[in-house]
Design a protein around this ligand. Sequence first.
Ligand code: NAI
Length: 342
Amino acid sequence: MSRHRVVYLPGDGIGPEVAAAAREVVDASGMEIDWVDQEMGLVAFEKCGDALPREVIDAITECGVALKGPTTTPIGRGHVSANVRLRKELELFANVRPVKTVPGLETSHGPIDLVIVRENTESLYAGLENEVAPGVVTSIKVITDRASRRIARFAFEYAQRWGRKTVTAVHKANIMKKADGLFLRCAQEEAAKVEGKVAFNDVLVDALCMHLVTRPSRYDVLLLENLYGDIVSDLAAGLIGGLGLAPGGNYGEKGAVFEAIHGSAPDIAGKGIANPIAMILSAAMMCHHLGDPGRYRRIRRGVAAVTRERKDALTPDLGGTGTTASLTKAIIEEVQRQPLEV
Ligand code: NAI
């Protein structure tokens, strides 16, 4: 098996705690990785005045893959989000967030198994904000044919690769007739090209939110522009038990960056109680991306064995009394017990 070089970005707040846990689990799974340590986020900003130093972009471009902890972005002031910049710089246009009921942690929302495919480079995240007059601010939503088609094609390809049946485009084209109208039209046109292979439908984003809470099993792959994708991901994570359980990966032509949905959680940073599962499952996605589905399954099964049978190890967000360290240790033990199917 070949060794891989992966850029390691611990991030801010709980980032270093959960990213280190994920790195340990990947190493324990038998995946052979040479980690390339770099820093981005507030930690980098405070050291060198740039939250996304050039070396980070260069290292990811060279290695092709990164494992990233969450980074802090000041609210309503301060530096531009390093995440937004990273996704733009590397054209990480597709953000994939699988949301699946965790064995042993079933919630009242019933079995959930959906995948959020979020466009990662435009919409209101274009950062085009302007104070046109005192007390009047505009924020421009950018939707392009090129990016909408690209993410739609990605969603249909993803659906076919992973044996998914239906892609649902999410929009508000009744109100934003031009912007969301374009996004929807591109999805419809790309859907026509895979007719008979993947089913397609669409839903208004507000109706989707209600359906997700009342009957989430009706959805399979959700295709969303940037802002809706961000918001709906947190909602969906809540349905399976919280942000500590939902992983993610950002994919583009120049590389892929794997990170949990959640942020740097300053309210619990440094307390040793952050749930590392979302980061560990993100790392499992990374193993799959690196061409090792065996390690992907091994890590997922190890996590499932803990959530099913070792409630004592779970962190407080899952109702347990464990710590990041005890949960990571239990997961490593269970991962190493899983047979490796190649
Ligand atoms: P957050 O996701 O950091 O936290 C929301 C709530 O969920 C908090 O109560 C937190 O304690 C809890 N939580 C999150 N992850 C958890 C985990 N692994 N285990 C246990 N509890 C967990 O969102 P918030 O507070 O809105 O944002 C904090 C910072 O994170 C902000 O600066 C924001 O910009 C940044 N952020 C960064 C992201 C990234 O780097 N990809 C994504 C989202 C937010």
